[in-house]
Design a binder for this molecule. Sequence first.
Ligand SMILES: [Zn+2]
Length: 408
Amino acid sequence: MGKRYRTGDQALVREINLSIILNCLRETSPLSRAQLAEITGLNKTTVSSLVRELIARQFVREIGFDSSGGGRPAVLLELNPGAGRIIGMEIGVDFILAILTDFKAQILWRHREDTDQVEGQEAILAKAFDIVRQALAVGESTHSPFLGIGVGVPGLVDVSSGTLLFAPNLKWCDVPLRELFSEEFNLPVFVDNDANVAALGERYFGAAQGSKDFIYLSAGVGLGGGIVLNGQLYRGIGGYAGEIGHMTVMSDGERCNCGNRGCWETLVSQTAVVNRVRKAVEAGNASLVVQLVEGQLERISIPIIVEAAKEGDEVARQALEETGVYLGIGIANLINAFNPELVIFGGVVSLASDYLLPAIEKTIEERSLAWPRRMARVMASSYGPDACVMGGVALVLHDILSRPALIT
Ligand SMILES: [Zn+2]
């Protein structure tokens, strides 16, 4: 009777070991079999057998010899870029961004399209599907299989069903995104909150590699947050944790799309920054921004404000400094509450990080407790606006790397 269980255990152990080898090679490559044995603590025979299986299944490839150590040169291994193609997508409030990557997450194709929330859900999803079709067409010529689609969306997501429950800035409710995408494309689909996805992207490929306790902030149309504690995304009891953009920062502040007043995001979103510049201009202050948008104030955007700030424009710099103070206030609260190692600042507003960070740092210095503050670094995202799509790729990879034997 015991045999049945032992067989199961062995298969499970092999599955776990395959996963460990793949993750090692994802984090560091190239590596030799001997180095893999040393890092994992598995014996060399086991490593050789696991690597043989991974090579046969095309997840791993040999890429020449390491002759640096003297003695017989060791064959080096890395993830096989041709093992498959992955699509990462972000459905933002006013854009859709998608990338197609190989199995090593190297970007092969990139596409961005502006959208407007007033177009409506059906039209925006039709655009998203069309972009996936374009990615599939590009990827088809490479003759390697499609492994999945990872999608980040700006709202609350039920991750187990892949349903977008509520996106205040898109005004969408209960959209079964995973179901819709997988019916259309017959591929594994993963859906999560955009900031959670971006946090995963930073952890897999970016600024948070090797960091176990960090907070990712994404400031764009809204302000999203992904909280990683002890190496795991913190989701809370219902999966909705991380909505730090809706912390009340000003009791009688502006109305937020969530219905509350004075939410943090009403003070630091791209709209908040643009409005600061606009108000200063309308109050009669001279600014280079006006020339850059040829007098059309509705064209003011973060890149335009950054361009003006680079030229020393006082209005632009002042608006960014004020934004930095409000960012700093919220970040100081997060540092006190979570004692993170890193706070990574991303989204389109982070394009202005050179002008925001001094005010952020100064405010944190003034407002957070000294002990957690000394341990926390605040930095701009390594991918900026691309963090979420990279995270979409990470969602798919994460699934494969944690259960390679199940993928056929
Ligand atoms: Zn709110």
